[in-house]
Design a binder for this molecule. Sequence first.
Ligand code: NIG
Ligand code: FE
Length: 417
Amino acid sequence: MDLIIYHIKTLYTSIHQPPVKGERMREIIAIDDAFVHVKDGLIAHVSQGDYIHLITKDTKLFDATGLIMVPGFVDAHTHLVHGGSREDEFALKLQGVDYLSILKSGGGILNTVAKTREATFQDLFQQAKDSLDEMLLFGVTTLEAKSGYGLNLETEIKQLEVAKKLNESHPVEIVSTYLGAHAIPKDVDKATFLDHVINDLHEIRKRELARFVDVFCESGVFELEDAKKILLEAKKLGFIPRLHADEMTSLGGVGLGVDLAAPSVDHLMAITDEDIKRLAQSHTIANLLPATSFFLNKAYAPARKIIDSGAAVAISSDYNPGSTPSENYQFTMQISGTKLSMTPSEILTSATINPAFLLGLDRRIGSIEVGKDADLVLLKAKNLDYLIYHYGINHTAYVFKKGKMVVKKRQIFYEEA
Ligand code: NIG
Ligand code: FE
């Protein structure tokens, strides 16, 4: 397969070695009148102007006049696979009842746990596939998907098996995370539940169902000591640790993440200045989820301070039925401008190479460079600033995954595997 995408209005990509930290996050390259030559799914040439000499009798040509190109977006934090939805709690939320109070009274995550336990494999598969199609339409070509709505081995495995089957049959590449410690089920005390989670790590490992282990480290959910216990055991078994840290309260999850060399700590709405310094001295990425702050009406993570201190930032959707019921990754990018005061080039770095690094995939994806997978998004936008400024809409025109067109004229365009 040989393809040349030519007359690209402007091509934008980071070419830095990740993690891209601090002011380097603003340094991206922009090539006007660019072309990309794709061979067997990989990027073979990226350049400007004349491409005619590369054409052979087998070359397909794609005219990208008027469109800009960026690398496929990498959404490194989602709760993709879950049963049902939670609009039944929306009225409570609108009356001002807090996210954690809803959880304490047996709703919230536990509401979705009940729905996910009831759902068949096929129900979960169909629901997640529909969401995945939406995400692809917004230009996401790789994502991370967590379990965490089973809170028992059987249902956690069911969720992870759904993610595995989707990864095999859908163009979006999926990396899985075991989030057994997402909430404490109603009928179990915490100590017993922690033993279960730790025990279940072995089975998840044996079945090779997840690369990462995550813990919701939050007061009243899993305390720092609980998170440490789970993640130390996970690391011993060969999992890579990650954390939901400082979402509502700062419990020290950032320090734990740095000490365990976690590739990311996620949320950070309540991060302290001390912890920002620790992040800046590490390779752990601050994975920020501004759409969650937006939907929960909470403070936004101090992205400016984090970047200006020299740390690396990624942004992710956190797509889930409770705190972020939206697959719109471009919205996440856009409010990273308006609400996190990040610049469009910082946002591009945070949506591509840095999340690729935290997922351990940066040698293959995350930038438009020779030898990498041809995961490419063509956007109907005048320039990169316009993509962030003109918010709330989908700018995607075409998406290529490993060189294959999977979104065409804004419509899903792939054959089911
Ligand atoms: O990242 N905070 C914990 N987990 C998710 C929300 C999950 C849910 O409410 O269903 C989050 O915000
Ligand atoms: Fe989350």
